[in-house]
Design a protein around this ligand. Structure first.
Ligand SMILES: [Zn+2]
Ligand SMILES: [Zn+2]
Ligand SMILES: [Zn+2]
Length: 469
């Protein structure tokens, strides 16, 4: 038996001292932080920033800018900088700030300041300047061809695991789309976002990025203490509204697919601070979100997906498909075998496969192109029939899929989840839908919706179920 290692008494509070790594070890990343008062950016380990411990509230322990000359009432807490670099193999590293501003191997060690203008959080509104050599560089350079050369080869780091390996990939700048989202939702220090979505889904994963970018905290394990923000998909919102819980929130972010009008209406009537949004796995975060001054009639519009968070990043093609462009597009996504595959872009635009339209900077998404079936030569969007079904009493979930039909080509069939004791027959449902839907849009079959793993039903699997070969 040996006694456990006890850190030496002096310096025990220094998080950078390896001896003090007790409990669950965490690593500060990015190492570069910014003082929001004087705009200074520097690595945590050069002694400019001090760890301010709160022994009674460990969650309030943070790094502060001890000798900040811009603040009189105590040293301001610092925030992680919002730019890092990464490679296609998934390595993460600090952005090479010194080389980027003063030039490669310049030997300059002047104080660097990162100035942000405007509120868009876009790269062209951000400039970094050195106080000694007086050189400065806008962040747009980091995303240009010149910037690529400057950022150079990947150093193969996994900062959160503390390991380094050999890597031959180019390193690229990453502006977390999350930082725009965090700012839009006012998710900064003091705010708490419940980790209400699975982290193997982009909705949950982006919460982690958003916390890193904005400085807010995440609540895991179902805790709701001090909760200010929550993300939900349609099914979860319905459960919330049906339950007894009345959360006191600043932001209830909806996403992950269509949200029908009655559900939006019920959420507003329950006094929930609804924010509707739109994004893809490929964008890592939302690209549109509703604004606080959007009127209720817009928020309850079944297709309204919010306003562009960054101008010029969303367009709609002539055939009505939503297109996305910009630094928030991912470099690659791993396929089932773990091989990174870059998304196919046309002139930099990613075609989303979602049908929509823009009205000024407001996006309306009407459905997935893949969910449009052709019935007797007419186009029918699954979402339209799903919305009609969800408006009926006792229908909790509805998924409409095309069913091959000799006469019509395809006809809609519906998988429904019923509230207890409310099940009804196909004939009854068709009668209830009579004055809302043309006869050719009516479901030709009903099935009970099988329990699904995850929070969204697998549309492709249900289509196969409805069309046995
Ligand atoms: Zn400062
Ligand atoms: Zn310099
Ligand atoms: Zn790498």
């Amino acid at each position: 038996m040996v006694t456990p290692p006890i850190p030496p008494a002096e310096d025990a509070n220094n998080a950078l001292n390896p001896d003090s790594l007790k409990g669950v070890p965490i690593t500060a990343f990015p190492k570069w932080v910014k003082c929001p008062a004087c705009d200074l950016i520097a690595p945590l380990d050069i002694g400019v920033f001090a760890l301010k411990e709160d022994p009674y509230h460990p969650d309030k322990t943070r790094f502060v800018h001890s000798n900040c000359d811009k603040v009189t009432g105590g040293p301001p807490p610092v925030l992680p900088v919002r730019f890092v670099r990464s490679c296609n193999n998934g390595h993460l590293d600090d952005f090479p700030w010194r080389d980027f501003v003063c030039g490669r191997n310049s030997g300059c060690n002047g104080a660097l300041r990162l100035y942000e203008f405007g509120v868009s959080a876009q790269a062209d509104d951000i400039v970094v300047k050195c106080g000694t050599c007086q050189k400065s560089s806008p962040m747009t350079v980091a995303f240009s061809e010149a910037g690529k050369a400057l950022i150079g080869k990947c150093r193969g780091k996994h900062p959160h695991l503390g390991i380094q390996e050999k890597c031959d990939e180019e390193s690229k700048s990453m502006l977390a789309g999350a930082s725009v989202a965090a700012r839009h939702c006012a998710f900064g220090p003091g705010a708490r976002w419940q980790l209400s979505l699975p982290v193997d889904h982009v909705g949950g994963l982006s919460l982690i990025f958003r916390a890193l970018a904005g400085g807010g905290a995440l609540l895991a394990g179902g805790t709701t203490t001090g909760e200010t923000h929550r993300s939900l998909v349609a099914t979860q919102l319905r459960r919330l509204l049906d339950g007894d819980e009345t959360p006191d929130l600043q932001c209830l972010l909806l996403g992950g697919g269509p949200i029908v009008a009655p559900l939006r209406q019920a959420a507003l009537e329950a006094g929930l601070p609804l924010v509707v949004s739109y994004g893809l796995t490929e964008t890592g975060a939302m690209v549109t979100a509703s604004a606080p001054d959007d009127p209720p009639e817009l928020l309850t519009h079944p297709h309204y997906a919010g306003r562009l968070l960054v101008p010029g990043t969303v367009a709609v093609s002539d055939d009505g498909i939503v297109q996305i462009k910009g630094p928030m597009l991912c470099q690659a996504m791993a396929d089932d075998d773990g091989v990174p595959r870059s998304p196919t872009l046309t002139d930099g635009w990613l075609s989303t496969g979602d049908l929509g339209r823009l009205e000024g900077d407001r996006l309306f998404v009407t459905g997935r192109r893949d969910n449009v079936m052709i019935s007797g030569g007419e186009k029918l969007a699954a979402e339209e029939l799903e919305a009609a079904l969800l408006a009926l009493d006792g229908v909790l979930e509805a998924v409409v899929v095309p069913v091959d039909d000799v006469e019509f080509g395809q006809r809609p069939g519906a998988f429904l989840r019923w509230a207890a004791g409310q099940e009804r027959s196909l004939e009854e449902i068709r009668r209830e839908l009579e004055d809302r839907l043309a006869s050719w849009k009516m479901p030709m079959a009903l099935w009970p919706l099988p329990d699904h793993v995850g929070f969204k039903p697998d549309r492709a699997a249900l289509t196969r179920l409805a069309n046995p070969r």
